[in-house]
Design a protein around this ligand. Structure first.
Ligand SMILES: Nc1nc2c(c(=O)[nH]1)N[C@H]1C(S)=C(S)[C@@H](COP(=O)(O)O)O[C@H]1N2
Ligand SMILES: [Mo]
Length: 250
């Protein structure tokens, strides 16, 4: 959150400066227009900061969709995934790497012993379908706290086990979403271990963004300063191969 506070301070600082500079021109009509424009700009920026921080709507148990469909990869066949699935993911590891003080390699048991968050949210896919589900898992921020995130980190990259049609799936988010309270590493859907089609054993929930940001089959997260050298450099599988926007906020 320190990021936001810093940005707010900068914002207030420049706003205050402009107020000072405008206090004379303010009286004339063109001055008033300039003042109004600056005020609109200021409010727009303020609103967008607030929006990034706001919670996604949460629903009640009655709203849960009877089936939560699977989309994209629904049954990965590469890199030992089928063997992990047959073994009930007993040897699965989730790594926290990159710009952290203490890289981590965690078992599912360790992840389940961390503080958990449960949320009922609506998933919206750009292909035109939505589903409401209840997700449970630790907040992403818990992992970053445990690992000691370095302040040079600007993005969190989600590493996945599956190759989709063009290559390995991956995604990334900035620190505002990484530290958002509803951004969790989920291991349960509707109170049950994640089904394979929905990303077993771990998947990201990034509730303020569209479906393709919610990476499934997570093998780890990586804290980075830049996305340039990740994949083809656009920050995600669909960003690289499908022309999707990196920021998919709703
Ligand atoms: N690893 C991985 N994550 C992924 C995908 C994928 O193909 N592979 N598809 C994405 C898309 S486009 C959507 S809409 C959701 C689908 O999640 P679901 O299968 O639980 O419905 O996962 C996203 N995360
Ligand atoms: Mo999607």
């Amino acid at each position: 959150m320190s990021l936001l506070i810093e940005r707010r301070t900068v914002l207030l600082g420049s706003g205050a400066m402009m107020l000072g500079a405008c206090s004379k021109v303010h009286e004339s009509a063109p001055g008033q227009r300039l003042f109004d424009a600056v005020d609109d700009w200021h409010q727009g920026l303020q609103r967008s900061l607030t929006a990034r921080n706001a919670l996604a709507p949460e629903f009640s148990p009655e709203d849960i969709s009877p089936t939560f469909r699977g989309n994209g990869s629904t049954d990965p066949q590469n890199d030992g995934y089928p063997e992990h699935a047959a073994n009930n993911f007993a040897d699965w590891r989730f790594t926290v790497s990159g710009l952290v003080q203490r890289p981590l390699s965690l078992s599912l048991d360790q992840i389940m012993r961390l503080p958990q968050r449960t949320q009922i949210t609506r998933h919206d896919c750009v292909e035109g379908w939505s589903a409401i589900g209840q997700w449970t898992g630790p907040q992403l921020s818990t992992f970053l706290d445990l690992a000691g995130l370095r302040d040079t980190a600007k993005y969190i990259v989600f590493r996945c086990a599956d190759d989709y049609t063009r290559g390995r799936y991956y995604e990334s988010i900035d620190m505002i979403d990484a530290l958002h309270p509803q951004t969790i590493i989920a291991h349960r859907l509707n109170g049950e271990p994640l089904p394979i089609k929905n990303g077993a054993p771990l998947r990201a929930r990034v509730e303020r963004q569209l479906g393709y940001k919610h990476a499934k089959y997570l093998t780890g997260i990586e804290a980075v300063a830049s996305l340039d050298s990740i994949g083809l450099g656009k920050g995600g599988y669909w960003e690289d191969y499908g022309g999707y926007q990196w920021y998919a906020g709703m």
